[in-house]
Design a protein around this ligand. Structure first.
Ligand code: IMP
Length: 180
């Protein structure tokens, strides 16, 4: 385990199984459709790559950069779209792929954008859901792998100050790393 991690929450094997299950569900729900998976960079990269392959359906992929956190472990409540998708979403079934839903501020802004652009449907697919945090505007995940509590988590795409994204597991970051 990484020295900055307090403990492992989900192992590589547990993540793999959960993502496979989610992929199967998405395959059933989008049978005969051609959805567009939109990954919110950078945290969703590992999850996006795995969930799209687990779904095994005809689909498109695209990416967006939306930021609500700086280098701090608390939400700033400030969402900025730094890179937009290139794909026309009008009439398209969109699945937004996120690493973690915290306040859901990021994703609610992104959903709003896709609705304005006349997407046929917009669903949320998240790796983790911080169930302890109050969400904005009734946002709920349509697809999710795991619930987590009020802890700062790292690995499998998730970072703190751009570190730890490459860990194969999801772990809890030691408090002393972000509280000083
Ligand atoms: P929200 O807009 O408050 O839902 O924030 C979502 C974004 O905050 C996620 O996409 C992550 O980039 C970041 N985030 C929130 N909680 C954590 C965490 O525990 N670890 C790493 N990143 C987090």
């Amino acid at each position: 385990m990484h020295k900055d991690a307090e403990r492992i929450l989900f192992t590589e094997e547990e993540i793999k199984n959960a993502v496979e299950k989610l992929g199967t569900q998405i395959r059933k729900d989008y049978d005969g459709k051609n959805p567009l998976f939109v990954g919110i960079l950078k945290g969703s990269v590992m999850f996006m790559a795995d969930v799209v392959r687990a779904a095994e359906i005809d689909c498109g992929i695209d990416f967006m950069v939306a930021k609500s956190y700086g280098n701090a472990a608390v939400s700033s409540g400030n969402v900025r779209i730094l890179k937009d998708i290139d794909t026309d979403v009008a009439g398209r079934d969109v699945i937004i792929v996120e690493d973690i839903l915290d306040t859901a501020r990021t994703i609610s802004s992104v959903m709003e954008i896709f609705r304005t652009r006349n997407a046929a449907s917009v669903k949320i697919c998240t790796l983790l859901d911080k169930v302890t945090t109050k969400k904005v505007a009734d946002i709920k995940a349509d697809y999710k792998c795991f619930d987590v509590g009020d802890e700062f988590v790292i690995g499998y795409g998730l970072d703190y100050a751009e570190q730890y994204r490459g860990l194969k597991y999801i772990g809890v970051l030691k408090r002393e790393i972000y509280e000083h």
